[in-house]
Structure formats: C-alpha cells, structure tokens
Design a binder for this molecule. Sequence first.
Ligand code: FEO
Length: 400
Amino acid sequence: MDQPFSAVKVTDRVYWVGAIDWELRNFHGYLTSRGSTYNAYLVLADKITLIDTVKPAFYDEMMSRIRSVIDPSDIRYIVSNHAEMDHSGGLDRACRDLKPEKLLASAKGVEALAEHFHWSVNAEAVSTGASLDLGNDSLRFIETRMLHWPDSMFSFLCSEGALFSNDAFGMHLASAERFADELDFELLKYEGGKYYANILLPLSPIVKKLLNKLPEFKFDIQIIAPDHGPIWRGDDVSKIIALYDQWASRQPTRKAVVLYDTMWHSTAQMAAAIGEGLTLGGARVSLYPLASAHRSDVASELLDAGALLVGSPTMNNQIYPTVADAMTYLKGLKPQQLIGASFGSYGWSGEAVQHLDALLNEMKVELVREGLRVKYVPDRENLEQCRALGIKVAECLPKK
Ligand code: FEO
C-alpha cells in the first residue's frame, strides 16, 4: 500500500529512509517508554545503495520514503550491517522486490541472514578493511563482532564521512527530529545511556577495544548514523564517542540502587530504612520497588552506581518472582565493581536472602555483610539494623 512518507536528507548523498515506531513499549524485555526508530539509509552514489532495512511491519513506510527520492528499482546494492529482525525484517521482501545486484553483509551476517530467512540468496561476505566501489564513491567496512551480535558491522561512506554504526551509538527514542542537535542533549544522554546499559553493558571490554582501534582506520567521521534514534553530526559526534568511552569504563560512584519487592510491606520498610542509612552516610540513593519499577530502568542506574542492594520476601522457599526476574536480567548485563547486600522479610523458612546472596556472589558483587532477614514484620531494632546496613554500605562506596 502506498503511504505518505518522505525521506529526510542527511547529506547531499545520504537520505534517511527508516521508520518511526511511536507505539513500541517493549523491546525484548526493555521498557521503551519513548518508542523507537528503525533507521535505514539510502546512499545516492552512482550505484545507489540501501543500508539496512526496518521491522517487517514498517516495510511500506520505508518504501514510501525511498520512493520520495528515487525509483526503488534503481537500488543496485543492499548492505546489511546487522541481521537482527528490527533491521533485517524488511530485507527478505526488499531483495525480492528490488532484485539488487548485490547484497553484502559480514561473513557472520551472511550466515545469520540465511538462518533467519532460509534463503538461497546470493549474499556476499565483506570483512574488515574491504570496500565497495559505488562508482563515484565507496563504502568501507569494519566488522564489530559481538557488538552486539556476531554479525554486526559498521559501514563508512568515504565522501561524506558518514559512519553507519548499526545499533552502536543508538537509542530507543521516537521523535519527529532526525538529528541529535535538534533534541535536548540531557534526554539523549539518558536514553543513550539506557540503551548502552541494557544492550551493550556486558560487552564493555569489546566497546573499549573498538573505540581504541577506530582511529587506526583514519576515518574522518563527520556523521554517525545509527540504526535507532537520532543521527549525530558536528560536535555531537565526539560527544557520543566520549559518552561511550565513559560508559564502557563504568566508574562506580557514591550512588546506591535499592531494588526490592514486598508482599505485606515488611521488605518495603526495610528498603526505606536502608535508603535512610545510605543517605545519612552521604550516598546518593534510588529505590526501585518492582511492583511499579521496570528492570531496564534499574539497569540504567548501574551505569555508574557503586552499590546494589536487593530485597525480597521469601515465597514458597524462593526469591519473590519480580525480584528473581530483575536479578536474572541484571546478572546477564554483568555489571562490574559493585558492592552490595541482600535483605528481606520471611514467615518461617526465609531462604530468599540466601538465594540472593548466592546470586550476588555469582555476579561478583562484593557483599558488605550476609543477607539481612527479618521475621514477619520489622520492629524498631530491625529497622535500626537496616539503617546501619545503609550507613555501612555508604562508608564502603568510593569517596566521590
Ligand atoms: Fe536494533 Fe540488535 O537490533
């Protein structure tokens, strides 16, 4: 179906032809409160090239944007920087509709696309350092293996200094604006940080390595065009690279995150008293009650938190389900250099804090004490113990 969408000019030769997903609120378990975009780019060189596509449901929107600048049948090459379906979902149809001369991806991308679409399409593998001649321009490729999939790669358009970075430097943010310099930088820092924490945090050593290696390619990067969120240009290019360097370094600060859920408000009372102790000890503290808070917002806090305290009632000898959910998620993100403790109320057996201590140990969180348990309802002395725990954690946090 024809749709009324237009391409957005990024440079003389590059157009944004992606889609805006204003409705998205759940991106495989990550709360996307502000929606997202799936960015595809059209390079108007002699050999017209499409870089990445969109989720299948947005295929018509992408084609409408392409048609606003060219006849889609003029597309000669398609480059797939990343095989995840939010970028390759429209690729199968695009290949059938557009019949490009070449489809290019990394070697792992060629495998992954075949395994997604069960094709016999003739995709060509490119490796780091390879380039694609576009007639009056060229694209160069860098494999960015495991950032964040085995197939991920960057493409660089030499004439315009445009780095197409797939998920890297992106964020889930639906907006009418296409460029970072049209949006509030604090918002971009927040959403970019949330994206980093929820997608890239466990891969920080690889991010660091890539940032250190990037200058070796001698790319004069004028634009970073990611596959989600706004495009970085001008001063914003160095700003987002500096933020990635900071996030990948994960310097713990005097910030403590208290994550908990509660059945009859006992564990909640403990959390509040621990928070009070942390504040008295001079730490910054955020409490996340999981009845209303989302695991992906907690993950954002771990970009610079120094402490993680986790509270759970015992239910059927286990950690309370919402806390188990959040901890499974956070464990996978591998936050480093955290101190912490567990706490919780119980009625008769009280295993939750032991389970939490075991989990925190597996996450290499340095425990300041064994889990703090309170039977049924905390009394004044119990709450004083909680407050003391908060003060003790604050004492162990970095000084700034
Ligand atoms: Fe935006 Fe890894 O897909």
